[in-house]
Design a protein around this ligand. Structure first.
Ligand code: ADP
Length: 368
């Protein structure tokens, strides 16, 4: 073997070993990517889902629970109901659910899982206990039906722990961005309309000024929608400041025109202190007015959900499971312009829906 051949032979052995090493490395790398991908997708793959209702109850929550449980089971997942909102997570009150456990609830108000406000969940220690309880059951996905407070909790929880959360807007107040309607709003507003219609009959018979207080801590949507639907002369909502001068001069002007029947719909969270506060101010300024108050209160939370609430709850519930399956995590499922819309939980909480000038103009024009 001459020198040239020896060099060539060494080179070939070297090259072969390099390419062998290289290919081995490449294969290893490829396998490790595949493995990590597999691990990633399997660790993220949601197989056991917990569902809970949290914060204020709203008609239609049961329809949402039913849709979530049945869709999950349809796709081969194990479904769990967490009792009393985040309290059930902290106290390990979590029950297995099957298709039959959600039979005959679509038409019922309230929530079969019950709801609560949970102070422990506000603290990191409480959320850690909740997480450990989910891990014990192997629950690796969560659907939270509630309002903005509940989404705040879900957002924090999903940031701290590797459990994806999906939010469903369940609140009669409709004070959440990223959806045209929230579960429970339509029922609450229709309950308010039915009650105000009845009040109008008696109010009309006696030429009275009636102040009806409807629910809404920080949001005036129930007042706005029910007020427009019942022909209210004035609607007081937290989003729009009505000066007392405006209100009084409006009533004085109507008094002059002998328009004595006046309906004022006010939100409980109004700056003047709801119906009682507004009544006192009006009576001081219009001593002759025959004023009556009606606070509708909790009847707005109860009752069979309307068709719209059952429909949106079913649709949103179905899509909540789809989100958990396809990796669209930590979002709120909403419906905008009749299309599904997914809003990151923190954005759904921060941005509020706006009440446009157009609505205020409509109220003014139609009440003349
Ligand atoms: P809603 O969801 O109807 O707005 P709440 O504001 O009472 O009702 O919130 C429901 C629950 O969500 C609270 O009792 C608490 O357990 C949890 N929660 C609310 N805000 C937070 C927060 N900032 N951090 C952690 N958990 C929260």
């Amino acid at each position: 073997m001459n020198l040239g051949m020896v060099v060539y032979d060494h080179f070939r052995t070297f090259a072969t070993s390099i390419s062998y090493d290289l290919s081995l490395k490449l294969i290893r790398k490829f396998l490790s990517i595949k493995i990590s991908l597999f691990v990633m997708s399997s660790s993220k793959k949601v197989t056991k889902i917990g569902v809970l209702t949290s914060g204020g109850d709203a008609p239609g929550m049961n329809a949402a629970i039913r849709a979530i449980v049945r869709t999950g089971i349809y796709y081969g997942m194990e479904m769990y109901g967490v009792m009393r909102g985040y309290s059930g997570m902290v106290e390990n009150d979590i029950i297995k659910m099957d298709s039959r456990s959600v039979s005959n609830i679509i038409q019922r108000g309230g929530t079969i899982l019950k709801t609560a406000r949970c102070l422990e969940f506000l603290e990191p220690e409480g959320r850690k206990i909740a997480y450990d309880n989910l891990v014990k059951k192997g629950i690796n996905g969560l659907v939270v039906i509630g309002g903005d407070g509940s989404f705040n909790g879900a957002q924090k929880f999903s940031n701290e722990f590797d459990i994806p959360c999906i939010g469903l807007p369940g609140t009669i107040d409709k004070d959440i961005a990223g959806t045209d309607f929230t579960i429970g709003f339509d029922t609450a507003v229709n309950t308010a309309v039915q009650a105000i219609d009845k009040i109008r009959d008696t109010m009309d018979a006696h030429d009275r000024l009636f102040i009806v207080e409807v629910m809404g801590r920080d949001a005036g949507y129930i007042a706005l929608h029910s007020g427009i639907a019942t022909g209210a002369e004035n609607i007081l909502i937290p989003e729009r400041k009505t000066t007392l001068d405006q209100l009084i001069s409006n009533l004085l002007e109507k008094e002059k025109r002998k328009k004595l029947v006046n309906l004022i719909v006010v939100t409980e969270g109004d700056e003047y202190g709801g119906a009682n506060g507004v009544s006192k101010i009006i009576q001081d300024n219009l001593p002759n007015a025959d004023i009556r108050i009606c606070i509708l209160g909790h009847i707005q939370r109860g009752g069979a959900p309307t068709c719209i609430d059952r429909y949106i709850a079913s649709r949103m519930g179905y899509h909540a499971i789809e989100c958990l399956m396809n990796g669209t995590h930590n979002v709120m499922v909403g419906i905008v312009n009749n299309k599904m819309q997914y809003t990151p939980l923190d954005s759904a909480v921060k941005a509020k829906q706006q009440i446009s000038d157009e609505w205020m103009k409509i109220i003014k024009v139609l009440s003349t």
